[in-house]
Design a protein around this ligand. Structure first.
Ligand SMILES: [Zn+2]
Length: 317
């Protein structure tokens, strides 16, 4: 009797899923106007121009994808990209949906990755894309950490001295603030940003910082330099406010298997002024006595899903 009851409940649940997937969602989808279709799965970080990191991920991810959410994304991709002729984006989204479908539907019980920022573990991190590139194994479903946060979370713990020192954090990312506060509690952390006001020092232009020279033991600056018109000036000012023999920890997105930085005539869709190559190290060396580039992938556990060639630059004054 109980068996028949649970069988019936399971059957009803399956019928309900089928109704949602193939009746309710398509009807809702067809009713949507283009203006209220903003809940895209694409890598649509808000566009900004200037000295703010592309996004400041906090402690809330998009949740673990499932068959329902991925099917919905496939429908939106069809309507938004294929019907409008955005073929590259359409195909990249197909690849992302397929990768996520394979991981989160077919292998959903596997524990292949673990996020060192929030301890979530699952089959993979979420793959995202834009029209230019695929970001495999990118966002943590729980805390929204990306490759660099997962790599930096342990790297900072190992690299910074947990002593009575001070650190200035540019465009602070909540995920890393939590790590710093929890693991490096003896370091005094102060924050600054060009746009955000919920920082210790708002309205600071990295090309013209108002701090006294030699004010800080450490500087942490992630994904900011690419948003700055004059990066030479930014490196110069960072060096000026750093104490002698102290370190600036800098990450900048780029293709570090290439040498040359590509300058854009105007900022790209993400507000980047340029796409960096390894020659940025020479530029940094003009302002710092030593620059060490470390691949976060090579110093992280494989299950953290840190991208290859995700470099961190340790610049010593
Ligand atoms: Zn996480």
């Amino acid at each position: 009797m109980i068996d028949s009851f649970s069988l019936l409940a399971k059957l009803l649940s399956n019928v309900f899923d089928i109704y949602i997937l193939y009746v309710k969602l398509p009807i809702r989808f067809l009713k949507m106007s283009p203006t209220n279709m903003n809940d895209s799965f694409e890598n649509t970080n808000e566009k900004n121009i200037g000295q703010k990191s592309q996004s400041n991920p906090g402690w809330k991810g998009k949740g673990v994808p499932n068959l329902k959410s991925l099917s919905y994304q496939a429908l939106i991709n069809f309507k938004r990209n294929l019907l409008k002729g955005n073929m590259t984006l359409f195909l990249n989204n197909i690849k992302a949906i397929h990768t996520n479908m394979s991981a989160f539907v077919l292998k959903k019980n596997q524990k292949n990755v673990i996020c060192p920022c929030c301890n979530w573990s699952g089959p993979a991190f979420i793959t995202s894309c834009n029209s230019k590139r695929m970001n495999y194994n990118s966002n943590c479903p729980k805390c929204d950490s990306r490759s660099r946060h997962r790599g930096l979370s342990k790297f900072l713990e190992q690299t910074l001295e947990n002593k009575d020192l001070n650190l200035l954090f540019f465009a602070p990312e909540k995920i890393l603030m939590k790590i710093l506060n929890d693991k490096l509690e003896h370091i005094t952390i102060q924050t600054t940003d060009y746009y955000s006001t919920d920082v210790d020092f708002p309205n600071e232009d990295i090309q013209g910082l108002s701090f006294k020279s030699e004010s800080f033991d450490y500087i942490l600056c992630n994904h900011v330099i690419e948003h700055v018109p004059n990066d030479d000036l930014a490196f110069k000012k960072l060096s000026r406010i750093l104490k002698d023999n102290r370190k600036a920890i800098i990450t900048i997105p780029g293709d570090y298997h290439l040498n040359a930085t590509i300058e854009f005539k105007q900022t790209d869709a993400n507000g980047h002024f340029r796409h960096y190559g390894l020659d940025v190290i020479d530029k940094m060396k003009s302002y710092f006595s030593d620059v060490n580039a470390t691949d976060l992938h090579s110093v992280s556990k494989l299950e953290y899903g840190v991208r290859q060639n995700d470099l961190v630059f340790i610049c010593t004054k």
